[in-house]
Design a binder for this molecule. Structure first.
Ligand SMILES: [Zn+2]
Ligand SMILES: [Zn+2]
Length: 232
């Protein structure tokens, strides 16, 4: 497979912090319009936008990489990617069981809309999805891998919810084959300082929470990128 280009970190109306009009169908369509070969829908702690995203991807002729952005117990965000939607949904069910039943008010936090391939609202999620699950970074990575998935630290150099902000750098108890960075120049400095590892593939994605941001940044999946295994 040749190198693929795409936005591998996009939220939808399922995430309370994302715009309600950013349905999975819209997100996938905007990525296609921007010329992406592949798009990953990665909502907080839930896979429930993925069935509609998959239907849209098949209709529009773009690859979908099914994903979830897990908020691990340490409050570190970990992108977990899977080969198919059903596996991501099963992983999402395990995360939901591991989410605290925090008193959640949509008026305060934002709605968590489940929508179908026609962009109709079919449900709302009850537990607040942006909370931290009880699984640690290491446990989440292990569960993801046990289901054939690939865990990727999100925005590893960012000022919040990141390896750098929480741990000060790369973890001691778990390794990853690649990671996402938010600020490439800062990430380069952290790599030179030995706080993040060099020599691994890096992703740079939009982390879009609104329609305008979808595909505003894209990653290149070159030869040997581990994520290509999930797209074959
Ligand atoms: Zn994040
Ligand atoms: Zn995100």
């Amino acid at each position: 497979m040749n190198a693929l280009r795409g936005d591998l970190h996009v939220h939808t109306c399922l995430s309370p912090c994302a715009d309600d009009d950013l349905t999975p169908v819209t997100a996938v369509g905007l990525a296609k319009l921007a010329g992406a070969d592949v798009v990953a829908v990665t909502d907080h702690n839930s896979a429930r936008s993925l069935p509609a995203a998959k239907a849209a991807a098949d209709a529009y002729g773009i690859l979908l990489l099914p994903g979830i952005e897990v908020n691990c117990a340490e409050e570190i965000h970990l992108l977990c990617y899977f080969a198919d939607v059903d596996t991501a949904l099963r992983f999402g069910d395990a995360l939901y069981d591991a989410l605290p039943a925090f008193p959640y008010d949509p008026a305060v936090w934002g709605r968590q809309l489940v929508t179908d391939e026609n962009e109709e609202i079919t449900g709302e999620v009850e537990k607040l999805l942006t909370g931290a699950v009880t699984l640690t970074l290491s446990e989440t990575a292990q569960l993801c891998r046990s289901m054939g998935g690939i865990p990727v630290p999100a925005h590893a150099d960012a000022d919040s919810y990141s390896l750098f902000s929480v741990l000060g750098g790369w973890p001691m108890d778990v390794d990853f084959d690649l990671y996402e960075v938010k600020f490439p120049e800062r990430a380069e400095k952290l790599i030179r300082a030995g706080l993040l590892p060099g020599g691994k593939p890096l992703l740079t994605n939009s982390d879009a929470h609104c329609a305008d941001a979808v595909a505003s940044r894209m990653s290149e999946l070159g030869e040997g990128n581990p994520l290509l295994r999930l797209l074959r």
